[in-house]
Design a protein around this ligand. Structure first.
Ligand code: FES
Length: 335
């Protein structure tokens, strides 16, 4: 004779749906009938449950104090070791508290359920799954103290972890658009010597910096004497070079590769191409320094230059102020 739910009731009036069995269906032999999916560690032991709550609260208090400590460390100058310690304690306390809650105050037993039928779940099964998830939340709702404490700890911890945003440094504002070049700023070598056009031979190449701020990271510039090479000058760039003997003469090109910022400085005097040694982006100097090979998608900007009253090479303006493209990599490629 077949067992049915009426004939073979589970102990404690368990809901058969919790075990994947439809009411009225025969109870499968491979699903133990004495399983209890509602039991938790301190069930029937209020004192033990209270102690468990206190242990969890202690763990989260560690998180709370560590979060406050984390904020204080950042305000005080962000000592890395101390900040790391606070991070560790904050996350550790939070994790330990959650683990203890799950272990001691919530049902946490393995349950064997029926595989059921291998077709689309019935409406009743879906309701049973939703009920099952709901039953997981009930034990949490029964602990208002822990829930409130978790909310407070989460709030303070959430505020504390916002402090590292300060480590990102000051906002760039317009700095990414500007270099230290400007109208009348002399081009100097690494040792601060200003340059006269006659000092750069044909096919010569020289790295120069703005005299006013030689260490500015975006300013390194290449002076290239193109001699009589046929330089492609669009109308807006007429007058940006220093002609020599009526020929193209000297042009100034940003040395910062537009791919990832390496110095693009390997110059081929035969092809008039500049190669960046990092990923081999190759720029055609005679044609607006546009990339012709490699990952760079944007040409190297040109700096408009002139000669001052003393005969030294100076900038006519900053790169972007002159209507040219801003200097530098990636950022400018996004939209
Ligand atoms: S940085 Fe120049 S090619 Fe990548």
């Amino acid at each position: 004779m077949t067992d049915t739910i009426d004939e073979k009731q589970t102990p404690f009036a368990r809901n058969p749906r919790h075990f994947g069995i439809d009411p009225g269906e025969p109870w499968p032999d491979d699903v133990p009938m004495d399983q209890d999916d509602t039991r938790w560690r301190y069930q029937g032991d209020p004192k033990g449950a209270k102690k468990a709550e206190r242990r969890i609260a202690a763990a989260w208090t560690v998180t709370l104090l560590a979060s406050i400590g984390l904020a204080a460390v950042y305000v005080d100058g962000a000592n890395n070791q101390l900040a790391g310690l606070c991070w560790g304690l904050a996350f550790g306390g939070l994790g330990v508290g959650l683990i203890l809650w799950a272990r001691d105050l919530m049902p946490g037993h393995d349950v064997i359920a029926s595989r059921g039928h291998h077709n689309v779940s019935s409406e009743a099964d879906r309701i049973a799954v939703a009920e099952s998830l709901g039953r997981g939340l009930d034990p949490m709702a029964r602990r208002p103290f822990l829930l409130k404490m978790l909310g407070a700890v989460g709030g303070v911890f959430g505020l504390a972890i916002a402090f590292p945003i300060a480590s990102l440094g000051p906002r760039p504002h317009r700095n990414l658009y500007q270099t230290a070049w400007g109208k009348g700023v002399r081009a100097v070598t690494q040792d601060g010597t200003p340059i006269r056009p006659s000092e750069l031979p044909v096919n010569g190449i020289l790295t120069v910096f703005p005299e006013t701020n030689p260490s500015d990271a975006l300013s390194p510039t290449l002076l290239i004497n193109l001699g009589d090479a046929d330089y492609d000058t669009p109308p807006e760039r007429v007058g940006w070079n220093i002609p020599i003997d009526g020929k193209t003469g000297i042009v100034a090109i940003s040395k910062i590769c537009t791919h990832a910022g390496c110095p693009a400085s390997l110059y081929n005097v035969v092809t008039h191409q500049l190669v960046c040694p990092c990923h081999y982006s190759t720029f055609d100097v005679l044609h607006l320094c546009q990339p012709i090979f490699g990952p760079a998608s944007r040409g190297l900007p040109q700096l408009p230059i002139a000669v001052d009253a003393q005969g030294f090479i100076v900038a006519q303006a900053d790169y972007s102020r002159a209507g040219g493209a801003p200097v530098g990599p990636g950022f400018w490629n996004r939209g």
